[in-house]
Design a protein around this ligand. Structure first.
Ligand code: G4P
Length: 528
């Protein structure tokens, strides 16, 4: 197959949702369609149950599963689909945000009963920052959900995105009869717990046709006619460019657990979702079809075996063909590396691969040379932009409990923060090490891993900060002065960038107002 064809048949995306909306279930149905798994139940949910937050075995189990299901590759109708998994637990949200930098589009699952939830909102914010094309799947239509028009309005308002219905439901809950495909103009009948097949659908070109009354009853037929009339009037035709630029999100209704509406979603997905896109670097835009290889590391995973400190770095190939055993340029270290065992991931198993193409994600065996954001090229020096760190929400001082193990502790903290488990700040003036995380669970993971993998005991002391802001200024002097004056609240991140640690929103706003020469940023691009 030609290089151009290999690229154009690839689709790299992620399914995102608030926990419990049905991401795992939908993933599984996709894999079933792609023939990557044969039976339902093969994909294990990778969420950590609430009661298990202090159960380290559970954390370990989670890590194992999430390596195996980090990237799931399957073929569907000659398309090669890379589905990147994102952790369900909100404490690992930052991992999810970074994964979103490696995809070209997303499918957002919304629970029809709960509507827009906290994680849905945050994930969409990240998609909006990058203008990522989004398809919405409204799940659990077999349950009594919100009124469909109200739900669309809620999603549009809360997620600040225009929607475009592709299918339209006939009732919900126990009265759910199916969906009308507005594009194909066919009616898909819902039967619980069965695999919807073509026999369950009926083409109805003209909704006035009396067959509609026969099939779903007069009342529901009239409602559907009315609804469709309204939708046609309001939404018109979906413009591909509006979807591709992230302005408009096509919407599907269905029930993942019943495998209903999923095929419609997948068929439209392969039709409209973008093929591997060009990407911005700090020097120039890289086109996917350029002949030379480049890619970036967006995730690093420690291996399960604590006796070996080897890790897997996940790299998204952005251009060129990746070849096993060929030397590539590690931009940050200015060193050449070759990889004899690059992995690709098929649901639940790892395979060594010979080559990979733009859009693919490969696992590179790493002994500590990679950091998130690192770039491999064939010699050129640049970094991909738009791989941000977000402000942590919980800050704690790292306290060494065993002075004999200071070296191990430092090494461990450096490596774990390279992996992106947490962010490390060092207070100006003092040498206080501050760990910032999105969730409490990460502190437990760090403490546990430092002890078990590095033999270093530590504890954490709560600090009264609520947000970290990265600071820049055209006036170097002003910035230095500010940092000196606010020593208690100033630190530098791992790359030496100055950061202001705010105690509260009030303090932050006051500083922003009083220091107009200084810019306060809520995200830091790892490489500017
Ligand atoms: P997540 O990955 O987004 O966290 O969600 P997951 O797929 O695990 O689904 C969460 C729960 O919702 C599961 O039930 C799942 O069976 C259920 N679910 C998924 N899709 C549908 C649907 O279309 N209709 C209905 N009624 N339920 C659906 P659970 O009881 O938490 O887990 P399980 O014991 O069924 O695995």
């Amino acid at each position: 197959m030609s290089y151009a064809k290999e690229i154009s048949r690839r689709r790299t995306f992620a399914i995102i949702s608030h926990p419990d909306a049905g991401k795992t279930t939908l993933t599984e149905k996709f894999l079933l369609f792609g023939g990557a798994i044969q039976t339902a139940g093969a994909v294990k949910s990778n969420k950590i149950k609430k009661h298990a937050t202090s159960d380290f075995m559970e954390i370990e189990r989670q890590r194992g599963i999430s390596v195996a299901t980090s990237v799931m590759t399957f073929e569907y109708k000659n398309f090669l689909i890379n589905l990147l998994d994102t952790p369900g637990h909100k404490d690992f949200a930052e991992d999810t945000y970074r994964t979103l930098t490696a995809v070209d589009s997303v499918v957002l699952v919304v629970d029809s009963v709960n509507g827009v939830e906290e994680q849905t909102r945050r994930l969409m914010e990240v998609c909006r920052m990058r203008n990522t094309p989004v398809i919405v799947f409204i799940n659990k239509m077999d349950r009594d959900g919100k009124n469909r028009f109200d739900l669309l309005e809620e999603i549009e308002k809360e997620l600040k995105i225009q929607l475009h219905p592709m299918t339209w439901p006939i009732n919900s809950g126990k009265d759910f009869k199916g969906v009308y495909n507005l594009d194909a103009k066919n009616l898909l009948f819902f039967t619980a717990n069965t695999k919807a097949s073509d026999e369950d659908s009926l083409v109805i070109e003209d909704l006035q046709d009396s067959i509609l009354n026969e099939k779903i009853g007069e009342k529901d037929a009239d409602t559907l006619r009315e609804d469709v009339g309204l939708i046609d009037g309001v939404y018109g035709k979906l413009e591909a460019d509006d979807y591709l630029s992230g302005k408009v999100a096509p919407v599907f209704f269905g029930s993942a657990i019943n495998n209903f509406g999923v095929k419609e979603l997948l068929d439209t997905f392969i039709k409209i979702a973008p093929e591997p896109l060009s990407r911005e670097t700090n020097k120039r835009i890289v086109e996917a079809d350029e002949p030379k290889l480049c890619g970036f590391v967006f995730k690093i995973h420690a291996n399960l075996d604590p006796r070996h400190r080897d890790r897997i770095a996940f790299m998204r190939v952005c251009s060129g063909r990746f070849e096993r055993n060929k030397y590539y340029h590690h931009v940050r270290l200015d060193k050449e590396f070759r990889f004899s065992n690059p992995y690709s991931f098929m649901a639940r198993s790892k395979d060594i691969i010979e080559d990979a193409y733009p859009g693919d994600v490969i696992g590179l065996f790493d002994t500590g040379n990679f950091k998130i954001g690192d770039t491999l090229t064939e010699g050129e020096d640049f970094y991909f932009t738009g791989i941000p760190s977000f402000s942590p929400e919980i800050f704690k001082e790292l306290v060494n409990k065993d002075p004999m193990k200071t070296k191990q502790l430092e090494k461990g903290v450096t490596q774990l923060t390279d992996e992106g488990v947490a962010q490390l700040f060092t207070q100006f003036g003092g040498n206080k090490k501050i760990i910032g995380c999105v969730g409490e669970l990460q502190f437990e993971v760090i403490q546990y891993r430092l002890l078990h993998e590095y033999g270093a005991a530590c504890e954490f002391r709560v600090l009264p900060f609520y947000k970290a802001c990265w600071l820049t200024s055209k006036d170097e002097k002003k910035l230095e002065e500010f940092l000196r004056f606010k020593q208690q609240n100033s630190a530098e991140d791992k790359d030496g960038n100055p950061v202001y640690l705010a105690q509260s929103e009030w303090f932050l706003n006051t500083e922003i107002t009083n220091n107009t020469d200084i810019e306060f940023h809520f995200t830091s691009e790892i490489h500017k």
